[in-house]
Design a protein around this ligand. Structure first.
Ligand SMILES: [Zn+2]
Length: 106
């Protein structure tokens, strides 16, 4: 069984400014069990999706390999910057999918 390796934001800390790992009261290192190939548990993902600091949510949006469903959820974010990142990544993925419909260049 794999373990979550994410920082988990503790909303009750009231610290909206510190970055992951900087304040151990605001950020716990998680070790919840996760399925193989999954790097973050749903508790950690939710804590990041609802973090009050848009810079944290923006960092999540650009994380490589983020699930398409998570990016689609982020299209509803209150921050224009977060929405723009999520849109750009979703567009790139769609373009890559369309590229795969074409024969490779000769
Ligand atoms: Zn976790």
């Amino acid at each position: 069984m794999a373990r979550c390796k994410s920082w988990r934001y503790v909303a009750a800390s009231g610290d909206v400014e510190s970055l992951p790992g900087r304040n151990r009261e605001a950020w716990n290192l998680c070790s919840n069990k996760v399925d193989r190939g999954v790097k973050r548990c749903t508790q950690c993902l939710d804590a990041l999706l609802f973090h009050p600091n848009p810079a944290i949510r923006q960092a999540l949006a650009v994380e490589p390999g983020l699930a398409t469903s998570t990016l689609e959820f982020m299209l509803e974010d209150a921050s224009i910057a977060v929405v723009a990142e999520a849109e750009a990544i979703l567009r790139q993925r769609q373009e890559r999918q369309l590229d795969s419909l074409l024969p490779s260049a000769r």
